[in-house]
Design a protein around this ligand. Sequence first.
Ligand code: HEM
Length: 142
Amino acid sequence: MKRGLLFLAILVAGCGQLKELPSEPGPGSGGDPIDQTATFTRVQAEVFTPTCARLGCHDTLGQQSQQVLTPSRAYAAVVGVPSVEMPQLMRVAPSDPANSYLYRKITGAGITGDRMPQGGPYLSDAQLKLVRDWIRRGAPND
Ligand code: HEM
């Protein structure tokens, strides 16, 4: 009995290492209305291209985690694609930001490895909301 409790205590302590999961919907919580202008075109232009597809990162040269986020390849690389680091999750699960590993990576909650962009500076609340609302809209290729 005592050994069982000790094992349970270690298990709970170990799990605690995984950062808490992102609460839906994240910064500015409380069911904030979905921005219908949060299109994939904006996510690509305002986040992926300037910040993620940097040389040696998620560009065609670096291909970090086999994920290329350049304009012609990003959509197919993330929507409905299992994560390398956490294969039980999709990189982007349409309509479900909390279980989209890419959203977790940019918020830093519920991840392994580094928060993205690696080394910072991290995305602003407005950029996080843009990615979150695009996913909440069903992650359309629009
Ligand atoms: C906001 C921009 C970025 C986004 C959305 C992003 C997204 C991601 C995601 C989703 C993963 C995990 C992929 C998987 O498990 O399948 C990842 C891993 C990785 N990314 Fe990024 N990334 C960004 C910027 C960067 C930058 C600028 C660098 C280079 C300085 C970088 C380097 C890496 C590396 C080395 C890994 C694998 C190791 C780790 O997860 O810590 N990323 N990124």
